[in-house]
Design a protein around this ligand. Structure first.
Ligand code: COA
Length: 325
């Protein structure tokens, strides 16, 4: 049994936070932000709009795209570092919002690599026969943990959600999850931290980050994950049609893409200029946009890669497939 993505969806909140807006909040300017990050604007959820609401919206779009109903979903996995609550899980809130009555539900936490980690879990559940349809959702309300007085972090993050349906349904066209690799390094766990919410601390709510250090790791780790993923599939970089890196920073994306010298720059898909860094949701939002705007041919390959707090990183190779799974 082969697992494939048979539908994707995403959701971005309406409110746009521009660099000009940020200039009024902290000592920064549009030129600095664009040259250092590539970001022009990002989306911010409403005060009564939470991770599970955005996740449910992305999930509905993915189910519609896949042509299946909520009661056909066996498992809901939500990747997030900004859940509505520690307990209950955001996946349970989404399960009831969708009316996915027979679905089991759990959250996973792998920071900005959450989508790739969740994809690995979904693939395993489908390929072992435990589930037929897994609904994967990544959703983040990063504005809720962003310190809008800290100019080194508040310019980077945005809110948003993405989703896909991973299935063994032989009748559906989709994108086979050809290979996948995951990694982590807990030695570097102090580089990106949200102290609150766990049992150690209760009042330190804002995300803190050693940006310079993170930058170097991000480029190296995503490159190595991509190469490992290609090796696992027995492929070369010239076999990839599209590369979708985590949308953390245009300089990270460009530095990484440069290391793949045979991949034309226009084949590196970017949304960072309009949404900023949406953590776990980022590669899923980009994948959904790519699939909605480009005609992907049978056999074409899309390589996803992400990196985040933990540290965690990974990559997943998708192959467009109209064949029986
Ligand atoms: N506006 C203007 N100046 C700013 C600023 C802002 N928003 N943020 C920081 N600065 C200043 C710093 O205070 C520093 O000033 P100093 O030299 O007087 O001390 C100067 O700009 C350079 O700061 P530095 O941190 O070296 O900049 P940088 O080029 O490394 O860019 C980041 C900072 C955060 C954009 C960059 O390190 C980065 O993107 N890192 C990766 C972060 C990331 O993507 N994390 C998520 C991964 S999942």
């Amino acid at each position: 049994m082969k697992a494939k993505i048979i539908g994707t969806g995403s959701y971005l909140p309406e409110r746009v936070l521009t660099n000009q807006d940020l200039e009024k909040m902290v000592d920064t300017n549009d030129e600095w932000i664009v040259s250092r990050t590539g970001m022009k604007e990002r989306r911010i959820a409403g005060p009564e709009e939470f991770t599970s609401d955005m996740g449910a919206a992305a999930a509905r779009a993915a189910l519609a795209d896949a042509g299946i109903s909520a009661d056909e979903v066996d498992f809901i996995i939500v990747a997030t570092i900004t859940p509505d609550y520690l307990c209950p899980s955001s996946s349970c809130l989404i399960q009831t919002a969708l009316g996915a009555k027979k679905a089991a539900a759990m959250d996973v936490q792998a920071a900005c690599t959450g989508y790739i980690y969740a994809l690995a879990i979904a693939k395993s559940f489908v390929e072992t026969g435990l589930c037929k349809n897994v609904l994967l959702i990544a959703s983040e309300k990063l504005s809720s943990v962003t310190d809008y007085k800290d100019r080194s972090t508040c310019i980077l993050f945005g809110d948003g959600a993405s989703a896909c349906v991973v299935s063994s349904d032989a009748q559906k066209k989709g994108h086979l999850i050809s290979s996948i690799c995951l990694a982590s390094d807990g030695e570097q766990s102090d580089l990106i931290v949200i102290p609150s919410g766990g049992c150690r601390t209760s009042a330190q709510h804002y995300l803190k980050m050693a940006g310079n250090e993170v930058f170097k790791h991000a480029v190296r780790r995503m490159e190595s994950a991509c190469r490992e993923c290609l090796n696992l599939a027995g492929l070369k970089e010239t076999d990839i049609s599209w590369l979708i890196p985590h949308q953390a920073n245009i300089r990270i994306i460009d530095a990484m893409a440069k290391r793949f010298e045979h991949l034309p720059p226009e084949r590196v898909f970017k949304t960072v200029h309009k949404y900023g860094n949406t953590s776990a949701s980022s590669v899923g939002i980009a994948l959904d946009e790519l699939l909605k705007q480009e005609q992907i041919q049978e056999g074409e390959k899309i390589l996803l890669t992400a990196f985040g707090g933990g540290l965690t990183w990974g990559a997943a190779l998708l192959t467009a497939s109209g064949e029986s799974a």
